[in-house]
Design a protein around this ligand. Structure first.
Ligand SMILES: Cc1cc2nc3c(=O)[nH]c(=O)nc-3n(C[C@H](O)[C@H](O)[C@H](O)COP(=O)(O)OP(=O)(O)OC[C@H]3O[C@@H](n4cnc5c(N)ncnc54)[C@H](O)[C@@H]3O)c2cc1C
Length: 211
């Protein structure tokens, strides 16, 4: 039996109302009709992420300068809710992709942002967020993936777990240990943007569904 709770959305302005309405329309017309079929076939919904990117829904909280929506989090989260209500794992993928853009959007140089962000926010490049490890879930600061500077490059050694879009993403926003000083704790962790084509990077078979 299907039951529905009435909900009234509180949004800050008409632009936000239009964006959430767009998310609802895409969710109902493009995602819901194919969700069961894709899940059954364990097929990765890459075209659907491209559609979300082209529709402006993959970079909602980020600056318009690089193609983002520049809307408040309350708008982004309500658009995400509409997508997740139609297809939960696309909702998870959308939220992880948005999170994977955060470090570059907030801490990258303009040169780095000009190079990567438009394609990331526009859906041409799909992102993954590689923080968790088999022994470092909630306790993320216990991660042991190590990055060592070798000339002007980092060499990274380690294994991540539960990485949404692992093996499908175009880039991995990856948390690595750059200091072994026990006193450094979480401060010994750095964030690297790793291109999926980096030699030596590989993904195991998905554990269950693609998320
Ligand atoms: C669908 C899905 C997608 C995910 N995608 C990603 C991803 O893209 N990238 C990524 O890096 N990770 C991802 N994760 C991993 C996720 O972010 C968590 O790190 C991981 O699920 C939690 O780790 P754990 O299973 O080892 O649980 P634990 O950390 O062992 O926790 C087990 C339980 O103990 C509780 N607990 C933990 N510490 C404490 C404490 N100090 N006090 C009280 N209670 C505590 C927790 O709330 C939980 O209920 C994903 C997980 C899921 C389920």
């Amino acid at each position: 039996m299907e039951s529905q709770m009435p909900a009234e959305r509180l949004l800050p302005d008409t632009e936000s109302e239009d964006l959430v309405a767009l998310a609802r329309e895409i969710a109902r017309e493009e995602l819901a009709p194919v969700a069961a079929e894709y899940e059954e076939a364990e097929r990765f919904p890459r075209d659907q992420f491209r559609l979300l990117g082209k529709s402006g829904l993959l970079g909602l909280p980020y600056s318009e300068r690089w193609g983002g929506g520049e809307v408040p989090y309350e708008t982004y989260l309500q658009a995400l809710e509409e997508i997740a209500a139609a297809w939960m794992s696309v909702g998870v993928g959308l939220s992880v992709h948005t999170m994977s853009c955060f470090a570059l959007a907030h801490y990258g140089t303009d040169e780095q942002r000009d190079r990567w962000l438009p394609a990331m926010l526009g859906g041409e490049l799909l992102g993954a967020y590689a923080l968790s490890e088999s022994h470092a879930g909630s306790d993320a600061a216990a991660l042991s993936t190590r990055a060592r500077l070798d000339g002007d490059r980092y060499v990274v050694n380690g294994t991540k777990a539960w990485i949404t879009a692992g093996g499908q993403a175009d880039f991995y926003t990856t948390m690595v240990r750059t200091s072994d000083d026990p006193a450094s704790g979480g401060k010994g962790v750095s964030c690297l943007l790793v291109d999926a084509s980096t030699p030596g990077l590989s993904a195991g078979a998905p554990n269950g569904r693609w998320g």
